[in-house]
Design a protein around this ligand. Structure first.
Ligand code: HSE
Length: 452
C-alpha cells in the first residue's frame, strides 16, 4: 500500500489527502512491455516513493489478447486497438513499446494531440520521425521521454541532458548495439561463425524484429542520432549518419586486429569539428588495453568527452526485457514529477530549448579524419616495402606494417596501420591500391579509434 512519505511525517493542511496515481496506457506487451509490467509490479513501493505518487497500468493494447492476458492478468483492461489507449481519457501517459515506425507514429501523435505524455523505447520511430514528434509535443506542452531507446539500462540521455549540462560536448562514442557486440564477442571468444552467433542473440531476445537493423548498423545509427542531438543541440538526422554494419567482417580481420593489439567493435561515433558534425557507425579497431575493448556480450558502453568534465564513460546492459524496463520506468517517474510544471521549465526533449538548437551541418564522408587498418592480400610477402612505400606516396602516412599470421587457404596478407588521414584521401588511395600490381585480392579497410 502506497503512503505519501511527507504526509506520513507531518500532514500539510493545503495538501490533498490522496495523491492521484499516474495512469499509464501501454501499447505493446512484448519483451519490453512485459518487463515493464513485471518491474512496475515488483518495485511498486520504491517507484511510488521516488515518483511521489503511484504509477498504475490502467490499459494495455496488444495484438494477441490471450497472450497479453496471460502476462497482465485479469485486472488490467485489454484492447486490440492501440488508438483507444492513445486517446483514452483515463490515460495520462502512453508507453509505446510496440516498435516500428508507421503505425507507431500515428499512435504517438494521437496521444500527443490528446494531451498525453509519451514514453517510448522506440529508437527507429524517433530517429525517423523525431523532428515531427518533438515539434508536436512542444505545441501540446507534453513530454516525450525515450531513455530506453538508447543503450537501454544506461541512463545516457539523462547524463547528456542533465549531468553534463555544463559542458560543450566534443564527442560521444560507444558500443550501442547489444546484438552485434554479442556476435563479435562470440566470434572472437568462442570461434562461433556469424550465423550461429546471430541465432543465439535472437534466441536471447536481443535482436530487433528484423535483425538486419542490428547487423547492418541501422539500429546503432538510430541511437547515434539521438545521442548526437542531445550532445550538440542539433536536430535528429538519421540520413546524415554514415553506416557500415558487421556483415562483411571476416574472421581473418578479427584475428589480425588481435595480432596488432586491437579488438574490433561496432562503434557509433559523433564528433564535433570546426566545420560540422561527423556521424559514423562502423566496425572499428579499438586498442585491446582500452576499457571499450573489454565490453563484451550484449553489454553497451558510451564515452562522452566534455570540455569541462573530460572523458566520462557509462557501462551497462544494451538489450533485454527488464534492462529496458528500467529505463522506461525511470522516464515514467520523471513524468510523474512533472505535474504542475510549465513545459518551458522542464528538461527539453533533446537537451536544448528549441530556440537554442544548433544548425551545425553534418560533414560529408570525405571530411572525416582518422587512422585506418588495412589488410592487403599481396602476391608475395617480399612486396611489403613496395606497397607501404607506395601508400606514403599517396599521402597516406604509414605508422606500422606487419604480415598477418598465416591463415589456412590464404596467401600473404599485409597489415598496415596508418596515421590519421582525411577519409577523402584514403578513399582515393584505396581505389588506386586495388589496381596495384602487387595486390592479389580485395583490400579491407577499417577505422582505428583511439578513444583518447
Ligand atoms: N536490438 C537492440 C540491440 C536492442 O541489440 O542493441 C536494444 O536496443
Amino acid at each position: 500500500m502506497y503512503r505519501d512519505p511527507v504526509q506520513s511525517l507531518e500532514p500539510l493542511p493545503s495538501r490533498p489527502a490522496a495523491i492521484r496515481a499516474l495512469r499509464v496506457g501501454m501499447i505493446g506487451i512484448g519483451t519490453v512491455g512485459s518487463g515493464t509490467f513485471r518491474v512496475l509490479a515488483r518495485n511498486q513501493a520504491e517507484i511510488a516513493g521516488r515518483a511521489g505518487r503511484p504509477i498504475e497500468l490502467v490499459m494495455v493494447a496488444a495484438r494477441n489478447l490471450v497472450r497479453a492476458a496471460a502476462i497482465v492478468g485479469a485486472d488490467v483492461p485489454l484492447t486490440d486497438d492501440p488508438l483507444r489507449v492513445a486517446t483514452h481519457p483515463d490515460v495520462d501517459v502512453v508507453v509505446e513499446v510496440a516498435g516500428g515506425t508507421g503505425p507507431a507514429r500515428e499512435w504517438v501523435l494521437a496521444a500527443i494531440a490528446h494531451g498525453k505524455h509519451v514514453v517510448t523505447a522506440n529508437k527507429a520511430l524517433l530517429a525517423v520521425h523525431g523532428a515531427e514528434i518533438f515539434a508536436a509535443a512542444r505545441r501540446h506542452g507534453v513530454a516525450v521521454a525515450y531513455e530506453g531507446a538508447v543503450a537501454v539500462s544506461i541512463p545516457i540521455v539523462k547524463a547528456l541532458r542533465e549531468g553534463l549540462a555544463a559542458n560543450r560536448i566534443e564527442w560521444v562514442a560507444g558500443i550501442i548495439n547489444g546484438t552485434t557486440n554479442f556476435i563479435l564477442s562470440k566470434m572472437r571468444d568462442e570461434g562461433l561463425d556469424f550465423a550461429a552467433a546471430l541465432a543465439q542473440a535472437q534466441a536471447l531476445g536481443y535482436a530487433e524484429a528484423d535483425p538486419a537493423f542490428d547487423i547492418e548498423g541501422i539500429d546503432a545509427a538510430h541511437k547515434l542520432t539521438l545521442l548526437a542531438a542531445n550532445a550538440f543541440g542539433t536536430t535528429v538526422r538519421l540520413a546524415d549518419v554514415q553506416v557500415q554494419g558487421i556483415t562483411a567482417l571476416e574472421r581473418v580481420d578479427v584475428a589480425s586486429a588481435e595480432q596488432l593489439g586491437y579488438r574490433i567493435k561496432l562503434l557509433g561515433v559523433a564528433r564535433r569539428r570546426e566545420e560540422g558534425v561527423e556521424l559514423r557507425v562502423q566496425p572499428a579497431l579499438v586498442p585491446a588495453s582500452h576499457l571499450m575493448a573489454h565490453v563484451s556480450g550484449s553489454m553497451n558502453a558510451v564515452m562522452v568527452k566534455g570540455d569541462a568534465s573530460g572523458v566520462t564513460m557509462y557501462y551497462g546492459a544494451g538489450a533485454g526485457s527488464e534492462q529496458t524496463a528500467s529505463a522506461v520506468i525511470a522516464d515514467l517517474v520523471d513524468v510523474a514529477r512533472l505535474d504542475g510544471t510549465h513545459a518551458a521549465q522542464r528538461v527539453p526533449h533533446l537537451g536544448f530549448h528549441a530556440h537554442a538548437m544548433s544548425a551545425l551541418p553534418a560533414l560529408p564522408r570525405a571530411e572525416a579524419c582518422g587512422a585506418h587498418y588495412l589488410r592487403i592480400p599481396v602476391q608475395a610477402a617480399s612486396q611489403i616495402e613496395a606497397v607501404s612505400g607506395w601508400l606514403a606516396g599517396q599521402q597516406v602516412p604509414v605508422q606500422q606494417v606487419a604480415l598477418a599470421a598465416a591463415q589456412p587457404g590464404m596467401g600473404a596478407q599485409l597489415l598496415v596501420l596508418t596515421q590519421p588521414v582525411r577519409q577523402g584521401t584514403m578513399d582515393l588511395a584505396l581505389h588506386a591500391l586495388q589496381a596495384h600490381p602487387s595486390v592479389a585480392g580485395k583490400v579491407t579497410a577499417l577505422c582505428v579509434e583511439a578513444l583518447a
